[in-house]
Design a protein around this ligand. Structure first.
Ligand code: GDP
Ligand code: MG
Length: 569
């Protein structure tokens, strides 16, 4: 296996941007499926796959990861659903991705979900390329969308392709790197025809190339030299600079096309292989060591000890399917693997590669790859390792806190057993779905990311377990937040018998960059507060956040900065 030729990518988008349609084309052109299905219905009212689970899963990808071959390369496509209520699915996928395609609608541009997805990609440091889809729509405005990528998402972006025509006249694309036009011929766009750039697009293409060269010039001295000497920059040199900029998170190249009209999809796949990193080029994964403070850097090589992460668990009538990404070493059928969270050892029974909706058995999977285990005891987020690596744990996936709860009680004793079985399984599969009991009322509470999220589970429970239970009113788990920066200067001085107490803390609080996380920053200088008291300052601040001043809800997204203080013995 050539890890260098492997790509692990995700396709993310605002709902209705054409993610499912695009994925379908990719699978078709890569020979993975032999018939192209269309998403029925149109626009926001797409009624066919109305159920959010089905809608997000799309029509072909029944699996969370599917592999396609493209030229020499093999591309694992990891499904990332779009609805906010299911963001944990997106987060889990992002955790194991090495790169992503951000799909945008040529008319809708950067929409709310594009921003959420972008923020998550930043958090997991996923390099990306952008694809402006639906260039065939009336009002398609690629330049406008590029501008939004810059202004709304703050991306350093430039066209790597220009559309030839737009709306009903959309015909093909100009590849700005090679300065060639690319058209799709044949009934389903399966024939790619490369031609000279049409005369009418020459000057626009040249301007776009200059902009592209400027955008990545800093990456490569060869470019700077060529520009200074007035020589044209070679396509290969430009592509190399783009690759390094994309992989260094400094640049996002923008591609255009229309999935529905079968235009521009193959060049997009070429771009995935060309610009997005292989597991070897991706940023090295670090794992924590449980028996020291040491961080262990994992090497994507096949002959080192195994370290893998379970990132998704699904269950069907054939048993459980655990998706894993191998970060280091080789995962082998029959080998004994340790789950570092539970400390349990288990043999790898069946190991499979997922292809669209079918599974094929394999004997081993090497570092970088994404495969699935059948019937293996693991929850999502678990680290699976070889025996001598037991002290290593990968940073688990961040599960967003639930925002809404629902009190539920089983209709009768018979239902009670089924209901708790179902709930336990859902909680295992989805870390944002939680089950707890309310200490005040003694009721069982299920909590999740939104009303829709909980509804889906109530519905699943009914359908798959035939279990009914009674539901109370949903309750929102409010959070309080800081609206603007405020300074604090607090002096504690107590002298009531015994040893006196003295402390002073000075600083400010403000909104953190991420609304769901809080941070504590120590900016004090020259030991005005002795270092061993700083953790106490932090835990004091965090304690205060659990009980907000408005209504007693937890305070979220606060940045507490300690700038000064005083202490004495
Ligand atoms: P998803 O929600 O991102 O998966 O989007 P879908 O693939 O389900 O597409 C949403 C709607 O947009 C469907 O009606 C598609 O037929 C339509 N659509 C997808 N790609 C294109 C495109 O390139 N051009 C046009 N005009 N419509 C498209
Ligand atoms: Mg879809």
């Amino acid at each position: 296996m050539r890890t260098k030729e492997l790509r692990n990518i995700g396709i993310s988008a605002h709902i209705d941007s054409g993610k499912t349609t695009l994925t379908e084309r990719i699978l078709f052109y890569a020979g993975r499926i032999h018939r192209m299905n269309e998403v029925r219905g149109s626009g926001a009212g797409a009624t066919m796959d109305h159920h959010p689970i089905e809608k997000d899963k799309g029509i072909t990808i029944a699996a969370a990861a599917t592999q396609v071959a493209w030229g020499e390369a093999r591309v694992n496509i990891i499904d990332t659903p779009g609805h906010v209520d299911f963001t944990v699915e997106v987060e889990r996928s992002l955790r194991v991705l090495d790169g992503a395609i951000l799909v945008l609608c040529s008319v809708g541009g950067v929409q709310s979900q594009s921003m959420t997805v972008d923020r998550q990609m930043r958090r997991y440091r996923v390099p990306r390329i952008a694809f402006i889809n639906k260039m065939d729509r009336t009002g398609a405005d690629a330049a406008g969308v590029l501008e939004q990528l810059r202004s709304k998402l703050g991306l350093h972006a430039a066209f790597a392709q220009l559309p030839i025509g737009s709306g009903a006249e959309f015909e093909g694309v100009v590849d700005v790197v090679s300065m060639q036009a690319i058209f799709n011929d044949g009934e389903r766009g399966e024939e790619v025809r490369v031609a000279a750039v049409p005369e009418a697009y020459r000057s626009a293409a040249e301007a776009a190339r200059t902009a592209l060269v400027e955008a990545v010039a800093d990456e490569d001295d060869a470019i700077v030299e060529a520009v200074l000497e007035g020589r044209p920059v070679e396509a290969e040199t430009l592509a190399r600079a783009m690759r390094s900029a994309v992989q260094g998170h400094r640049f996002v190249p923008v591609f255009v096309g229309s999935a529905v009209k079968n235009t521009g999809v193959q060049p997009l796949l070429d771009a995935v292989v060309r610009y997005l990193p292989s597991p070897m080029d991706a940023e090295p994964q670090v794992a924590a060591s449980t028996d020291s403070d040491r961080q262990v850097e994992l090497l994507p090589v096949a002959d080192s000890p195994l370290v893998a992460m379970a990132f998704k668990l699904t269950e069907d009538e054939h048993g459980s399917l655990t998706y894993v990404r191998v970060y280091q070493g080789t995962l082998r059928k029959g080998a004994e693997v340790v789950n570092t969270r539970t400390g349990r050892r288990a043999k790898v029974g069946r190991l499979v590669r997922m292809h669209a909706d079918e599974k094929s058995d394999i004997d081993s999977a090497e570092a970088g790859d994404i495969v699935a285990l059948i019937g293996f005891p693991a929850a999502s987020g678990d680290t699976l390792v070889a025996r001598d690596m037991e002290s290593v744990a990968l940073e688990s996936i961040q599960a967003p806190a639930p925002v809404i709860s629902l009190a539920v009680s089983a209709a009768d004793a018979a239902a009670s057993d089924k209901v708790s079985k179902a709930r336990a399984r859902f909680a295992r599969e989805d870390p944002t779905f939680r089950v707890s009991s309310d200490p005040e009322s003694g009721q069982t509470l299920i909590s999740g990311k939104g009303e829709l999220h909980l509804e889906v589970y109530v519905d699943k429970k009914r359908r798959e377990y035939g279990a009914e239970d009674r539901e109370g009113q949903p309750r929102v788990r409010y959070r309080e937040a800081i609206r603007r920066r405020a300074a604090f200067d607090y002096l504690l001085k107590k002298q009531t018998g015994g040893p006196g107490q003295f402390a002073r803390v000075v600083g400010y609080v403000e909104a953190a960059s991420e609304s769901d996380r809080s941070e504590f920053v120590d900016e004090t200088k020259s030991g005005v507060i002795p270092a061993h008291y700083i953790p106490a300052c932090e835990s004091g601040a965090r304690d205060a956040m659990s009980d907000g001043p408005l209504a007693g809800y937890p305070v979220a997204g606060v940045r507490v900065v300690l700038t000064d203080g005083e202490a004495h013995s």
